[in-house]
Design a protein around this ligand. Sequence first.
Ligand code: GDP
Length: 468
Amino acid sequence: MIASSQDPIAAIATAPGKGGIGVVRISGPNLDGIATKLFQQPLKPRHAHYLSFNDAEGRAIDAGIVLYFKAPHSYTGEDVLELQGHGGPAVLKRILARCMEAGKDWGIRHAEPGEFTQRAFLNDRLDLAQAEAVADLIDASSEAAARSAMASLSGAFSREVTALNDRIIHLRMLVEATLDFPEEEIDFLEKYQARPTLEAIITDLQAIRKRAGQGMILREGLHVVLAGRPNVGKSSLLNALAGDDVAIVTPIAGTTRDRVIQQIHLDGVPIHIVDTAGLRETTDEVESIGISRTWAEIERADAVIHLQDAREPNDELEEEIARRIPTRTPVLKVYNKMDLIADANTDGLSSNTQSQPESIAGHAVEKLFISARTGQNLDALRQRLLDIAGWSPGAESPWLARERHIRALEAAEEHLAAARAHAELDDQVLDLFAEELRLAHEELGAITGQFTSDDLLGEIFSSFCIGK
Ligand code: GDP
């Protein structure tokens, strides 16, 4: 972040819109002066004060609760002042403006996106994975995702990563000490049980990666293209898949006109469904913008469902979609309304697909008969989608994680595997063994922010909303 990390900062911390309460938050190295200027009295830390929020002329803007947290016992690790007023946009804007005016002499400025949490990170109140979990908890789209985000925010994920890293550090220390005494290198691996130690570290790393991987699925979900002609039952299928979750079948904001993406949840896993309705219909300019957006969504899909009416199958569109997506993306050919055909193969997969697996533009195609109306075989479809997502929750609840974390865990595992290969060769190239351990250590350290470039920090925090 460009601006100085010493200035007091202020922002509206609650979501835009109307609510019972709205919060304006200020953070800075010392806010005693600003607090006194705003309220004409010293504030007792960690006490709820009910006060009038006045403008510079002493006229009341609002009245509400003021909380004062003295450093380091606050969210950011600095002094934090929280003004809880009524949650309307105009009143909060006025309260914020008053805070800016009162804090002028102390150089107060508006907070940048994520700056409160960034300060918390810089002041060691949170590590980087926890700071990311703050945003992920707020953004969580299902209860399962929120639960996992909270597990990461509480530090459970970071603690496991750090504990693992401590074991790598210990092994590194032993190797590096040995490197100083070449005559001892010969029996280093035996003497310090380096091979089994490394093996145990790799096993535990894999377990962490699995739990974090499941959490990443909860965060990212699955992008599915739902293609099919009008009336084949696309909306009925979405509603049936969503089940009780039906209230969450909402168009994503800003796309109401062409309704490009809808979201449902299966087992808490968000399924982003790209609707191809209207793909072939128009030469109209505005609509063609919608169309190219739909194609962009299709190209990043994880799976395609081509929905057809079981009574009159039709392959239009399918080839074109299949050509645009990577060949590893599976295509599910789903025949709906099986309740209307007398001789349907009611066990779902029709027998002829098993004898002649089909392929479209290089994609393996799976066939499934369903009925959105009666619910027949919907469980099979749900399960297939969760399999494609890679969802296989174990006994332990997942830690919400980001792709960045998974990449670091994978890279660390590769370095540890390389270290193991050196150890297995027994070639006594201990310096190479040590180097791989060092690289694994750095990868894991990046997860918690021990080794992280300023660019990456900027990228992470700037994706937060203002006020976080
Ligand atoms: P969309 O245009 O593809 O979104 O199709 P809709 O979901 O609106 O469904 C079109 C019509 O087909 C509606 O009258 C549905 O009630 C009916 N329909 C959808 N799925 C089924 C099904 O599995 N069986 C039967 N019998 N009718 C269905």
